[in-house]
Design a binder for this molecule. Structure first.
Ligand code: NAP
Length: 313
C-alpha cells in the first residue's frame, strides 16, 4: 500500500510516497481502507519541526491525522466495529498516517460515519470540528455572545461560525473578499473583508475572539475585547503560555490557550451535530494522494479555497 511519509523535518521536498506492506490488525485494532484524508495546517507545522514537543520524534514520520473510510479487517478483540462499516476518525500527532491507502487504528479512534456526509466531508470534520466545538461550547460558551471569528472562511472558521450561530451568538467573521458570501452562507451575522478593513482598528468590541487566521497579537485582541471578554489563542507556544498565565492573574480580559485532541466522545458529538443539528462540512478542493506535492504546495502557500481540502487515495 502507499503511505505518505518523511525521514527528516523540513519542507515539502522531504515527503515521499512509500510502498509498504499493508499491516494486519491485532487485539483491538482495525484496518481502515482510507477513502479520504483531511489536510490541516498542523501537518506542515509538525513536518517543519514547529511542534517538536508534541510529535513524538519517531521516524519515519507519517502524514495526516484525520480520515474517513471502510473497515477492511479487525483484530480478534474488536467487538464495537464491524468489517465493511463506514467510519471516520482521528489519530494523534505522535501516530498520524491518514495519508495512505490503509491506516491501522484502535477501534475507539473511529466512529460510524454520518450518513449525510460523503467520505470527503467526513474526513474533513474531526480536527476542525473538534476545535470549533471545544472553542464555542466548552472554552467560550458562545450562547448569546458577540463573537469574532478571525479567519471565518477556512476549515475551522466555517464550522465555528455554524456552531456559534446554533447557540444564538452574534458572529462577526473575517475572510478575504471572495469568501464573504460563503461566510454569510455559513450563518455569519456580519462579515469583514480583511483585504479592505483591519478588524484590529475597527473600534468594535466582542465578548470572545477565536483567531483562526493567526493574525491578531494579544495586545490587538485586548483592544477588541469587551470587559471580561476572552481571546482564544489556538497557536499555543511557550511564550503565549507564560504571557497568558501572567495576564490571567491580573486582567479581567482573558487570554486562553487551546490545543485540541479528539476522542470517541468528541467524534460522537460531531456525528450528532451533523445528523441532528444540520452542521455542514464544506470541502472546497480535493486532490489525489499521488498529487500530494501539488496539494501541499498550493495549500501551504495559502492558495486554499473556502472550507477544507482533502486528499483521496
Ligand atoms: N490549537 C488547536 O488545537 C488547533 C486545531 C485546529 C486548527 N488550529 C489552527 O487554526 C488555524 C486555522 O486552521 P484552518 O484549518 O481553519 O486553516 P485554513 O483553512 O487555512 O483557514 C485560514 C483562515 O485564515 C483566513 N486568513 C488568511 N489571512 C488572513 C488575514 N490576513 N486576516 C484574516 N483572515 C485571514 C483565511 O481566509 P481566506 O481563505 O478567505 O483568505 C481562512 O479563513 C491554523 O493555524 C491551525 O493550525 C489549531
Amino acid at each position: 500500500m502507499k503511505q505518505l511519509r518523511y525521514d527528516n523535518y523540513g519542507g515539502i521536498e522531504q515527503m515521499y510516497l512509500a510502498e509498504v506492506a499493508t499491516p494486519e490488525p491485532t487485539g483491538q485494532q482495525i484496518l481502515v481502507e482510507v477513502k479520504a484524508a483531511g489536510i490541516n495546517p498542523v501537518d506542515w507545522k509538525i513536518r517543519n519541526a514547529h511542534l517538536k514537543m508534541a510529535d513524538g520524534h519517531q521516524w519515519p514520520r507519517l502524514m495526516g491525522c484525520e480520515f474517513a473510510g471502510v473497515v477492511a479487517a479487525a483484530g480478534p478483540e474488536v467487538t464495537d466495529v464491524r468489517i465493511g462499516s463506514e467510519v471516520f476518525g482521528w489519530v494523534n500527532f505522535k501516530k498520524l498516517g491518514a495519508m495512505a491507502d490503509y491506516i491501522l487504528v484502535n477501534s475507539s479512534e473511529v466512529h460510524e460515519k454520518p450518513a449525510s456526509l460523503d467520505m470527503q466531508e467526513a474526513a474533513a470534520l474531526p480536527m476542525v470540528g473538534a476545535t470549533a466545538y471545544t472553542a464555542m461550547r466548552e472554552e467560550i460558551d458562545a450562547r448569546g455572545k458577540r463573537i469574532l471569528i478571525n479567519g471565518g472562511s477556512g476549515g475551522l472558521g466555517h464550522l465555528a461560525i455554524q456552531i456559534a450561530r446554533m447557540d444564538n451568538a452574534e458572529v462577526t467573521a473575517t475572510g478575504s473578499g471572495h469568501h464573504q458570501t460563503f461566510m454569510q452562507d455559513m450563518g455569519a451575522s456580519h462579515t469583514v473583508n480583511y483585504e479592505e478593513t483591519d478588524i484590529a482598528q475597527s473600534g468594535e468590541t466582542f465578548d470572545a475572539i477565536l483567531d483562526a487566521a493567526d493574525t491578531l497579537s494579544w495586545s490587538q485582541a485586548k483592544t477588541l475585547l469587551s470587559e471580561h471578554g476572552t481571546f482564544l489563542d489556538i497557536q499555543p507556544g511557550v511564550r503565549s503560555f507564560v504571557s497568558s498565565f501572567v495576564n490571567n492573574l491580573v486582567s479581567d480580559k482573558k487570554h486562553d490557550l487551546l490545543m485540541v485532541s479528539v476522542n470517541h466522545t468528541m467524534l460522537h458529538r460531531l456525528y450528532d451535530l451533523v445528523e441532528n443539528h444540520g452542521l455542514k462540512v464544506h470541502v472546497g478542493r480535493e486532490y489525489a494522494l499521488m498529487d500530494y506535492k501539488r496539494a501541499y504546495t498550493e495549500v501551504e502557500a495559502g492558495e486554499a479555497p473556502a472550507g477544507k481540502v482533502v486528499l483521496v487515495p
